[in-house]
Design a protein around this ligand. Structure first.
Ligand code: NAD
Length: 499
């Protein structure tokens, strides 16, 4: 009997009625380990209606009390860290230590959200006119939706929940159907921490469930993270429906290696950032751009030698550098891109295709793959591969190197490795990318800044979490007040001004 993963509604596990399911694999073995239920449009509508009722009381609770629920929640997640990380790895495939990182980066946003009483404070102007004061306040939107991708099944749901719940909203979370178990457990723990039932609802599903959220009038905002085409679709549909949205998309991040870079650091950083989590990170570093032929030759020689030594293993292998990719279909897509790279004329130096792990021959493994002499005209360079594939694009100057990320369709993250502060400063100022690392390979901003790319990496003008998260999940109300003094002024038929 296959285990079923159910919706989590009104504080309880809720068995769905659609008869539609998605397979959840164990990527280490290739076996189907569970089925996840897919919600119908009616089921989504009921989940939203119940959340709408529950939200009223939650919003009325003072922000300090809401924050205390999140404080308790953080302790509960920490207490379950080991079992949550193992559950996450068993569905995603990333190694357990990396799954803990996934959980901890999410908890850092919860920690930031614990400061919500301060973050929600409005503005006040005394005597903006004679006897007139003006003040503003931030109020929750109502019921909002979060739609998350497979690659961070703990962190990204917590980005959404932390900011949306702290600000007094109810949230419908539609997690990735590929690894849905951790989001469910995270929601159960939120109720254990004191969140009223119905304020956080989990509906599983595919396009049907997503469309049901996008077309539901009671959903006031949608926060989405996933691939760019779907992100664009979410953005367009939300705009048509008059909903607020933030829709983060795919990526192809470049790491520029200057001749004066610390090559030991560069090689170490690229190994982790290009191959960690099997390259399934939107802030992975799959493109290396060495500047000058000497830099390129040294980098390529050293990364080839070190990448070939990486240990690919099952998620629970404490010595493994990375585990399997999420599905057989995704592995096939990565292998197809490797073939495209060869067909387009790049030099394949390490080929991870056909990698078999002894004892786990049916697992979705793929070995480290390295290309040299990749050109900007190649589609294998232009598109996101999202696997353990590092492409080297050689450049003759910093100017030529800097144009690559700036002109790429994606603009999520970029890194420059150099000892020259002036060059780094100029680069950071001019590059057309949302998040920049200077000798930092994965520049994911800490929770009290905010996360967001440019171009096709994000269809939005507010970033995830940080003060942008507070802005996204609240609407501002501005009050202009005057109290009667008994002095009745003239009737006014023209708009009042400060003249
Ligand atoms: P995906 O776009 O396939 O799925 C994301 C979500 O959209 C899932 O919940 C899925 O069920 C839903 N979905 C899938 N098809 C849909 C459709 N036709 N209509 C409506 N909804 C649909 O993405 P994924 O494969 O789960 O995640 C990997 C992608 O996410 C990569 O492109 C990666 O770069 C990107 N990503 C981006 C960021 C970022 O912040 N920019 C962070 C993490 C991942």
């Amino acid at each position: 009997m296959t285990r079923d993963i159910h919706h989590f509604l009104n504080g309880k596990t809720t068995v769905g009625t659609s008869g539609q399911f998605g397979d959840v694999y164990n990527p280490n073995t290739g076996a189907v380990q569970a089925r996840v239920q897919f919600a119908t449009t009616d089921e989504v509508a009921r989940a939203v209606a119940d959340a709408k009722t529950a939200q009223v009381k939650w919003a009325a609770m003072n922000p300090q009390r809401r924050a205390r629920v999140l404080m308790t929640y953080k302790s509960l997640v920490e207490a379950e860290m080991d079992s949550l990380a193992e559950l996450l790895s068993s569905e995603h495939g990333k190694v357990v230590a990396d799954s803990k990182g996934d959980l901890i980066r999410g908890l850092e946003v919860i920690e930031f959200a614990c400061g919500v009483p301060h973050l929600l404070k409005g503005e006040y102007t005394e005597s903006a006119g004679t006897g007139i004061d003006v003040y503003s306040m931030r109020q929750p939107l109502g019921v909002v939706a979060g739609i998350s991708p497979f690659n961070f099944p703990a962190m990204i749901p917590m980005w959404f929940m932390g900011m949306a719940l702290a600000t007094g909203n109810a949230m419908i979370l539609k997690p990735s159907e590929k690894d849905p178990s951790v989001p469910v457990r995270l929601a159960e723990l939120m109720v254990e921490a004191g969140l009223p039932e119905g304020v956080l609802q989990i509906v599983h599903g595919d396009k049907t469930a997503v469309d049901a959220l996008l077309h539901n009038d009671d959903i006031k905002a949608v926060s989405f993270v996933g691939s760019s085409n779907i992100a664009h679709y979410i953005a367009q549909t939300c705009a048509q429906q008059g909903k607020r949205f933030q829709a983060m998309g795919g990526a192809k991040n470049h790491g520029i290696i200057m001749p004066d870079a610390d090559m030991d650091q560069v090689v170490t950083d690229f190994l982790g950032a290009a191959f960690g989590s099997a390259g399934e990170r939107c802030m992975a570093l799959p493109v290396a751009v060495p500047v000058g032929q000497d830099t390129a030759d040294e980098f390529v020689g050293r990364i080839k030698e070190e990448a070939a030594k990486l240990r690919v293993g099952i998620s629970t292998d404490a010595d493994a550098h990375y585990g399997p990719v999420v599905s057989a279909a995704h592995r096939a897509s990565i292998e197809k891109w490797i073939q495209t790279g060869i067909d387009e004329g790049a030099d394949l130096l390490l080929d991870g295709r056909g990698f078999e792990l002894q004892g786990h021959e049916k697992g979705f493994f793929i070995g480290p793959t390295l290309f040299d002499n990749v050109k900007p005209s190649m589609t294998a360079y232009q598109e996101e591969i999202f696997g353990p594939v590092l492409q080297v694009v050689r450049a003759d100057s910093l100017d030529e190197a800097a144009h690559l990320p700036s002109e790429h369709q994606y603009g999520n993250g970029v890194a420059i490795f150099t000892r020259n502060g002036l060059a780094a400063r100029e680069f950071a100022s001019k590059v057309q990318v949302g998040m920049v690392g200077i000798n930092v390979p994965i520049p994911v901003p800490v929770a009290y800044h905010s996360f967001g790319g440019w171009k096709r990496s994000a269809f939005t003008d507010t970033n995830q979490y940080g003060t942008d998260g507070i802005r996204f999940f609240t609407k501002i109300k501005t009050v202009t007040q005057r109290w009667p003094t008994g002095d009745i002024g003239d009737q006014a038929f023209v708009i009042p001004t400060m003249n």
